[in-house]
Write a protein that binds this ligand. Structure first.
Ligand SMILES: Nc1ncnc2c1ncn2[C@@H]1O[C@H](COP(=O)(O)OP(=O)(O)O)[C@@H](O)[C@H]1O
Ligand SMILES: [Mg+2]
Length: 268
């Protein structure tokens, strides 16, 4: 009998996130409904649509900030494999949001502690996952400040002394320092000057690609998804009306609403 060394089967990794039939209502008004998709490790999903189309509602349901009325959000946890984050206990969900998830708010004030130094904002997240050694925490904070292009000498300054773009970069550092696997972003470049937006987008793209992050990015700006997203979902009135590879959807939109979105950008 000959012994063959059997090669390990090359199983593709399963989805990091599986969303099924998600719905959230505000009384009789639909926030979002009938949303289903998979997100694979390292993939960036863009969600576009006009104001009021349900993007933020969906994102907040995915991130555990809102409780959906029905549907599943199954996240592939490090320890227990795929778990429905809608039905899991609050402590487990809180742990995920400290370790595996990150959330970048449109307004940096919602994602930063304005009364705490820049270094403290980054260090605090490390301490929340158990870091105790002051020197290490400060070193990691310095490293992250430099990765988001904030000068080391600003480490003791409060974010209130920073420009909008710097605040947003600090919020990103605070979110990524703990090595999350899934980043939620709600209009990360909204509210910034156009030139600052471009630089932030560049930075975000570099970080996402280098760290192999999975992300769900909500935006009404098609340039943002064109640059960052592998796949795209187009929302209207709380529903996904079109989904596919970003370039395909933007270059050859099938749904009338997507055609309108794309053409209105071209007219600007
Ligand atoms: N807290 C709320 N209470 C009542 N209705 C809400 C609330 N938040 C959002 N909505 C409604 O849900 C729909 C989707 O809103 P939202 O998710 O904020 O859209 P988007 O982020 O695409 O602008 C809109 O009709 C909006 O008016
Ligand atoms: Mg919104």
């Amino acid at each position: 009998m000959t012994l063959h060394s059997t090669p390990k089967p090359q199983t593709a990794p399963g989805p990091l996130l599986q969303v099924r039939g998600l719905e959230k209502r505000y009384g009789s008004r639909i926030g979002c409904t009938d949303v289903s998709f998979d997100l694979f490790p390292g993939e960036v999903m863009g969600i576009v649509g006009e104001s009021g189309s349900g993007k933020s509602t969906l994102l907040n349901c995915l991130a555990g900030h809102l409780t959906p009325d029905c549907g599943q959000v199954i996240f592939d946890t490090r320890t227990a494999g795929p778990c429905d984050t809608v039905t899991m206990g609050e402590p487990e969900r809180r742990m995920l949001s400290r370790t595996d998830w990150a959330f970048v708010h449109q307004n940096p004030r919602d994602g930063l502690r304005m009364g705490v130094s820049a270094g403290g904002n980054v260090g605090e997240r490390l301490m929340a996952v158990g870091a105790r050694h002051y020197g290490n925490i400060r070193d990691q904070a310095l490293d992250w400040l430099s990765r988001v292009e904030i000068a080391a000498e600003r480490i003791d300054d409060r974010p209130s002394a920073f420009s909008g773009g710097m605040q947003q970069r600090l919020q990103i550092a605070r979110n990524l320092v703990t090595g999350p696997r899934l980043v939620f972003m709600d209009e990360p470049t909204g509210g910034l000057d156009v030139s600052v937006q471009a630089r932030l987008l560049d930075l975000l793209r570099g970080l996402v690609r280098r760290m192999g992050l999975s992300a769900v990015i909500v935006t009404h700006d098609l340039a943002v998804v064109r640059l960052l997203a592998d796949r795209l979902m187009v929302m209207k009135d709380g529903r996904v009306v079109e989904a596919g590879l970003t370039d395909q959807v933007l270059d050859d939109p099938q749904h009338g609403y997507t055609q309108l979105l794309v053409s209105s950008v071209l007219q600007v």
